[in-house]
Ligand binder design. Sequence first.
Ligand code: BG6
Length: 488
Amino acid sequence: MGASPAVEDFDLVIFGGTGDLALRKLLPALLHRFADGQFGPHCRIFGVARDAMSDAEYRERVRPALVAAAGGNAMTVEGFLARLGYRSLDATRDAGWDEFARTLSAVGERVRVFYLATAADVFVPICDRLRLLGLATGKVRVVVEKPIGRDLASAQAINDAIGRSFAENQTFRIDHYLGKETVQNLLALRFGNALFEPLWRAEHIDHVQITVAETIGVERRAAFYAGAGALRDMVQNHLLQLLCMVAMEPPASLEPDAVRDEKIKVLRALKPLGSDAARLTVRGQYRAGAIGSEPVPGYDEENGGGHARTETFVALKAEVENWRWSGVPFYLRTGKRLPQRVSEIVIAFRAIPHSIFGPNAGPIAPNKLVLRLQPDEGVKLWLMIKYPGPGGLRLRRVPLDMSFAQAFGVRHADAYERLLMDVVRGNPTLFMRRDEVEAAWGWIDPVLEAWSASDETPKPYAAGIWGPSAAVALIERDGRTWHEDAQA
Ligand code: BG6
């Protein structure tokens, strides 16, 4: 990772500079890029939030998060803090904005990144102010976090409003799942090997599973989550983006639009779920239970009650209606307070057409390719082999197992490290284009509508199990099971 050259001096401004994302992800990611020598000598980082604070107070506030990220390298933290400033600004008030504009402009023309790590309702006022202050021109980029809006209409309104200030090629809609190592490895695996592509289609693939399971609850984002739920928070963006990376046709190159043109075709080919939502989707909400041996409260009681309709779990069955994927189900599931933190994509191949082995060989399980995004990034290819030794020809399914950390012995870089530097370098390949975001909402909206028209509330599941039993039934009624590594 340290091999990329330093980039020319840039300014990066984080709106929401005291928030969870800034402290947990953005500042640590920037620290690592700084430590790897990627910052030019005069780069500046600014945190912006409403609280009144001096630069020195802000540095003290973020220091613990940086020290934890630096793994004992105090020199690096001090060097980074020296680049870090703070401005107190409120999107709804004029105070401070002129001075802020002067500070930025004082160093002349350079790459300038505005990262909107704020609630979506202030995206537009911030963008308007940046334009009116003359800060939205030149080598300027704006980064917006998902979810953009809460349905298609609100996403269009936000995109239109951002578009008044920033051109599409200046707008970086981040989905940090696209920065995860394994997602990029999916590109390498599919398009850097001749082996898989001929098999990557309905004739050879029985189904695909995408699981993003978390053990955590909603943490410090209770208010946002109560109004969003797992479908908007995870499926509309992360899971659909993963589905696109699996299902898209080979792009002609890694040029931003070459990749994104292929992804949008997948989104547009998704079979609408609306009228079948009751059969093809499952939503759940966790009740009290235990994660490992740790007891945890239920979602609603943890968050003060009144959220009976917010789903913390979703499972659904999607289909991509085109020649390559016709008839291949894509089972998606995501949830909070599940037994393990694990994100993976499972490509389940078809069974062999005929067995030459007698009954004593044991069952011949179909091949599976498992791409694990976290916690231990890597690839497993499950193959049938002969069980060693005498005693007849018995077959077993075993994994060809590659853990990236073991194979390369490199530090695990967080997705934000890669993506932040892509913004600075002006490379939007791994960011969502406007039409993708809107196409994804176009597919999600009918599900939201069907759910809100129904009297049913999300099905309960105890914290620490794999969601409601209906999620198991969703796949088992098709004669399939959710992948579990231990029993593959
Ligand atoms: C965020 C969601 O986009 O992704 C969170 O808003 C979720 O609810 C998080 O916890 C998961 O990210 P990761 O990288 O920890 O899998």
